[in-house]
Design a protein. Structure first.
Length: 614
């Protein structure tokens, strides 16, 4: 009898252990920490690298009072919070920066900028305050180990290893030189990452944005960071930055992060928003619960001293703001607001507090692009709780400078964040092509210092023959500033990209179109599109986008456009009830091709379509 009782006790204990193990395993499944796309505020767009504690608290207060009930919850302090003398929207140079770092080589918040962090308190007092509002706290870090820790041979907590034993100079970030790469196979590397996340967990961190991680894609350090977060036992959402994350790494990203960037830094520029349609459609098949492709922040509202925006409101028109919110909603991108929340106007808050739209963002499934023809774009998604469908319609009609519907190549934004300050271009030309258009557009921060070079532009003919484009005469050429140069920059100097001088090429400046007649039997075009050193050597920055077309890109239509919707193609064989979600308005009953909404230029519409019940 005693043996039977002991056996029962043993069985019960083992079941409890197993249940506890399952419960622990469930708790440590990081995808459960972001079951819906994260929503919050990030300091980057508004304050660049110089945000201070009072500004963070003011935005947290506003979120708690006006936005929390709609699902907005994260308050994120972005880059370089550990720089004691950072005061502007641009980074101080490394040797001109006063770093705050502890005895174990871990960055600490600047007491000058974050007064509550004094005496080693770190971000815990600020996190406690944000948590007291019912919100969650996040920070930004750079991949790797601080150079200050390496140079001073600081010890790694809990080991007898020092920081100079774990680093490599390979793959050093090209745009911010604060850190070195951590070598996965070097003893102490994992322990260093463990030590910083143990520190962050003690502060009460809920969200971490790790920069210089996914472009280029650092799989080793991503895995180290994943392990470091997991070993803390605290649910910390992981956001990887910047983009574009390589699409072929989708499985690895899904297995290790909660969100990862699909593009480079996104600003309030229609060209970038127009480009985002392509990237969102490309990444839509890889949307999954707890692992979200990230189209980047929402550059809305007012910016105070951002890297590319100072003391101004967003440049997006109201129609473009509808497009931005609708696309991010249908793509289920995380929503991180970039402006100063206390400066929000009624229209901005309306965009952020539409419950019907936000429910589409959080609940919809099977989100995908439906059509993309002649600058008119449609997206669809399903309602998992009914037979309803959601349909978004967009009138993209070019990027505000050129039409984008017939482009052969589009680089996306090229800036000082782009490795090599440029992109290699290799495009096939459609058979029988007679014209070639080289286009340089603004990349998102205005046209100042957008000096760009087409390096070694070559037209490839059949049978292996080649023609230098610079040996041909253009039909038409114009630029937004200066005189276009052959074998010289727009400013008349050498063609120089990141210190490398080239003999052959064309120097120009956004916004620019250069039109050539192609030789017969042209089959390919190759070049390197790069930023000229004149633009990248200034604090004003240089951001451009390179495009290639064989059709005239200047043909655009800036009128509202009626877009017919085939309800049968959506699976509705009978009558449907249609509701306009942005305007909270029931539009009536439709069937077949009866529903033909008119969408403004650069505007969007979002609709719920429901089968009519008898």
């Amino acid at each position: 009898m005693k043996l039977i009782n002991l056996f029962k006790v043993f069985t019960i204990v083992m079941l409890l252990v197993a249940c506890g193990s399952d419960e622990k395993q469930e708790k440590t499944n990081f995808k459960d920490w972001a079951k819906t796309p994260p929503m919050g505020w990030n300091s980057w767009d508004c304050f660049g690298p110089s945000v201070v504690e009072a500004e963070v608290r003011a935005n947290a207060d506003y979120m708690a009072k006006y936005l929390k009930e709609y699902g907005w919850e994260y308050v994120v302090v972005d880059i370089r919070w550990y720089a004691d003398n950072q005061t502007s929207g641009h980074y101080n140079k490394y040797d001109e920066t006063d770093f705050i770092i502890d005895a174990y080589g871990r960055y600490m918040p600047s007491p000058k900028r974050f007064p509550s962090s004094v005496n080693g308190a770190g971000f815990k007092p600020l996190a406690d305050y944000i948590h007291s509002l019912g919100l969650k706290f996040g920070i930004h870090i750079m991949r790797g180990v601080p150079k200050e820790a390496v140079f001073n041979k600081l010890p790694i907590k809990g080991t007898d290893i020092t920081a100079d034993q774990i680093y490599s100079t390979e793959y050093e970030c090209t745009w911010l030189q604060d850190n070195y790469t951590i070598e996965k196979d070097k003893s102490g590397g994992q322990e260093y990452y463990n030590s910083i996340f143990d520190l962050y967990a003690s502060w009460g961190l809920d969200f971490i944005k790790v920069d210089d991680l996914s472009r280029p894609y650092h799989s080793d350090e991503i895995e180290m960071i994943r392990k470091a977060i997991d070993q803390t036992g605290r649910p910390i959402v992981l956001s990887m930055s910047p983009g574009a994350t390589p699409i072929n790494e989708h499985a690895h990203a899904t297995a290790h992060a909660n969100m990862w960037r699909t593009i480079d830094d996104f600003w309030d520029n229609w060209s970038q928003l127009n480009y985002s349609f392509e990237k969102c459609a490309e990444w839509a098949p890889y949307i999954s619960q707890g692992a979200w492709p990230d189209a980047d922040m929402l550059p809305l509202g007012k910016f105070i001293r951002g890297e590319r925006a100072t003391n101004r409101y967003t440049k997006f028109t109201k129609d473009e703001q509808y497009t931005l919110m609708t696309l991010w909603t249908m793509f289920k991108s995380p929503l991180m607001f970039g402006g100063n929340l206390p400066d929000n106007d009624a229209f901005t808050n309306m965009l952020l507090t539409n419950k019907e739209v936000l429910e589409v963002h959080s609940k919809s499934i099977n989100n995908k692009e439906w059509f993309n023809e002649n600058d008119l774009i449609g997206w669809t998604a399903d309602n998992p709780e009914s037979d309803d469908k959601f349909v978004a319609l967009f009138n993209s009609s070019g990027d505000g400078f050129v039409s984008t519907k017939n482009l052969l190549y589009r680089s996306g934004t090229v800036s000082h964040l782009t490795d090599g300050f440029g992109e290699y271009i290799d495009v096939e030309l459609p058979k029988g092509s007679t014209d070639l258009y080289l286009i340089v557009n603004d990349g998102g921060d205005g046209y100042t210092y957008d000096h760009a070079n087409w390096i070694n532009p070559i037209v490839h003919l059949e049978h292996g023959n080649q023609v230098k484009l610079t040996d041909l005469s253009w039909e038409e050429a114009f630029a937004g500033w200066g005189t276009i140069g052959l074998d010289k920059s727009i400013s008349g100097g050498e063609l120089n990209v990141k210190g490398t001088v080239y003999d052959n090429g064309i120097g120009t400046h956004s916004q620019s179109i250069i039109h050539y007649k192609l030789p017969e039997n042209s089959i390919r075009f190759t070049a390197f599109g790069g930023l000229d050193i004149v633009g990248t050597s200034t604090k004003a920055g240089s951001t451009v986008e390179f495009m290639i077309s064989t059709e005239d890109p200047k043909i655009m239509h800036e009128e509202p456009t009626a877009i017919p919707i085939d309800l049968e193609a959506l699976g509705f064989s009978g009558e449907c009830n249609i509701r306009d979600l942005w305007n909270h308005k029931d539009l009536g009953t439709y069937s077949g091709l009866d529903f033909v909404p008119t969408i403004n230029y650069h505007g969007a519409g979002l609709y719920r379509i429901s089968p009519k019940t008898k």
